[in-house]
Design a protein. Structure first.
Length: 575
């Protein structure tokens, strides 16, 4: 039984050796060929070099074998000739015939010469290729530099053009009008606004109307509109939407990006028409909107002219709306009263400003800005008690209202309540972090001047200048403080700076005259006092001081003439 199993196992082993090894060799050869083919597909150049090099190496080996290989053979050698004794001897003889050996050696020589020649040609070719590549690289680098230079010039020109356009926008009043969300073809109000404003301001050098395709929806809202506007250096951004099935069915927003200048307009204003369901269904609201949109256009134009500084034209436009606005749709009376009050205030007609602010307060007695602004009107009329009362009301309604504290401080300053003024200025400064705090520092510095605390005054004027270097008043006031501190050169420097930036500043010339009196430079004294009188013939101190100098010099007639003018302007006799 065991012999039989051994025979079976032996037969199986022989079968595996006989059949499996050739199969495995065949599979290995196929795999190798396939991998070589894949390698050739991936990198033909490398495979070709390897194949050619291998073939050449094999050829050299074969030729060398044929040309130089010997073989060992045994031959009989006669040791003793007389007895014919022989022995076996091992010798080497050429493996191949002389003919084949000669062919092989000639072949090797040809291969060697071919290799040397090919190597030399390859070196020359590579040097030529390298030179061509260097030339092309140089040309490409020059072309790239030229292209970069042209691109740099174009980029610089584009940047300069963009910067110039931005600077022009900064100098203009810019109104951005976005596309309205909804069926413009039904209402067409956005296009009407654009047409009206372009008709009025298209040729204006100071106003730029920009229509943009961006749609600002209720979802994106005011913040998105304000961000868009900032990209155009806009002062106002107008946007809105139509909703035919809602009431109100039109909403117009005006974003006020110049809130520090157009103070009566909220940072984000909403204008909406209201209509009954019957009016909506009968389309009466469309007719109402068409009529009322004229008032909206006039109101918007009034805003633009207000921002331009053309206050009288703004007043005319606002009052036109007031007369025609019997049934307000977009512009409400409160907005009109605030707009008119501010325009009259800017136009230095305080009585009319008080009148309109009072009407605004009747509509909304809780609006702190109306009290504050009316207080400014009373202050312009030197009615300081009424002004302080209005500022008190503004502060009561809004305890964090820095402008109201600043303005009340000014009222105290004008009534010689310097300590109270400084207290209010302190509160205003603590509440205010923007550039307008420079005004309060300047005012507090003035209070310190009146108290004779000139070093503290200089500190406040320095702070005002640091916050707002373009604000001229602190320079003049600091110059006055330096005058009282005996720092005449510093005072002259500040006052000359004021004159450079404001050539008609009568106080700067007057104070320079006082300084040159201290320096005994009479030519400069008369030069500056004469200029002060030329700028403002109704400024009494100039006459009084010049008269005093004439009197000191013994020029009695000239002195009496100046003193008489002083008395005429003030009603006070000169002792």
């Amino acid at each position: 039984m065991s012999d039989k199993e051994s025979e079976d196992k032996g037969g199986l082993s022989e079968f595996i050796k006989k059949f499996w090894l050739p199969v495995a060799g065949f599979l290995g050869a196929v795999t190798l060929a396939y991998n070589f083919y894949q390698l050739w597909l991936g990198d033909q150049r490398t495979v070709t070099i390897i194949t050619g090099g291998t073939g050449l190496l094999i050829l050299v080996i074969v030729l060398a074998w044929i040309g130089f290989k010997n073989k060992t053979v045994e031959v009989d050698t006669i040791l003793y000739k007389q007895d014919q004794t022989t022995a076996k001897k091992v010798v080497e003889i050429p493996r191949f015939s002389p003919k084949y050996r000669s062919f092989a050696r000639i072949g090797l020589f040809i291969v060697f010469v071919g290799f040397i020649s090919s190597t030399f040609i390859l070196i020359q070719h590579r040097q030529a290729v390298r030179a061509e590549q260097q030339y092309q690289s140089t040309q490409q680098a020059q072309a790239t530099q030229t292209a970069d230079f042209v691109l740099q010039i174009q980029s610089t020109q584009n940047a300069q053009t963009t910067q110039q356009a931005q600077e022009e926008l900064k100098e203009k009043l810019v109104v951005v009008i976005a596309s309205f969300d909804g069926p413009e073809e039904v209402y067409g109000l956005r296009n009407q606004i654009l047409e009206e404003l372009n008709k009025e301001y298209l040729e204006s050098e100071n106003v730029k109307i920009i229509a943009i395709q961006d749609i600002i929806s209720p979802d994106t809202g005011s913040k998105y509109a304000q961000n868009l506007g900032e990209g155009y250096y806009a002062d106002l951004v107008i946007w809105g939407w139509y909703r035919p099935t809602t009431n109100p069915n039109i909403t117009i927003h005006v974003e006020n990006l110049s809130a520090s200048e157009i103070k009566f307009l909220n940072k984000s204003e909403v204008f909406q028409p209201y209509a009954s369901i019957a009016e909506l269904e009968s389309f009466e609201i469309q007719s109402q909107i068409a009529n009322s949109s004229v008032n909206l256009f006039s109101f918007l134009k009034g805003l633009i002219n207000y921002k331009k500084g053309d206050y009288q034209l703004a007043i005319d436009l606002f009052e036109e709306v007031l007369l025609e606005n019997n049934e307000p749709t977009f512009v409400q009376p409160f907005d009109l009263y605030m707009a008119l009050g501010n325009a009259y205030q800017k136009n230095k007609i305080p009585k009319k400003s008080i009148e309109y602010f009072s009407q605004a307060i009747e509509i909304d007695p809780n609006y702190s800005f109306a009290y504050n602004n009316r207080g400014l009107g009373y202050q312009d009329l030197a009615q300081y008690d009424q002004a302080i009362e209005d500022y008190n009301n503004a502060i009561k309604l809004n305890p964090n209202f820095p402008a109201a504290y600043n303005n009340r401080g000014n009222a105290y300053l004008f009534t010689d309540e310097y300590e109270l003024a400084i207290q209010d200025y302190d509160i205003s400064i603590s509440l205010n972090s923007d550039f307008t705090s420079a005004y309060t520092y300047n005012n507090r510095g003035s209070a310190y001047v009146f108290l004779g605390q000139f070093n503290l005054a200089v500190q406040d004027f320095n702070r005002a200048i640091e916050i707002y270097p373009e604000y001229i008043n602190p320079y003049g006031n600091r110059g006055t403080s330096y005058y009282y501190l005996g720092e005449y050169e510093l005072a002259i420097k500040d006052l000359n700076f004021v004159i450079e930036n404001d050539p008609n500043n009568v106080l700067a010339y007057y104070n320079l005259g006082l300084i040159y009196i201290k320096l005994d430079d009479l030519d400069k004294v008369f030069e500056n006092l004469n200029k002060a009188i030329e700028i403002d013939p109704n400024f009494p101190p100039s006459y009084y001081t010049r008269g005093a100098v004439y009197k000191f010099l013994g020029k009695t007639a000239e002195a009496e003439t100046d003193f008489e003018k002083y008395t005429e302007l003030t009603g006070q006799e000169v002792p």
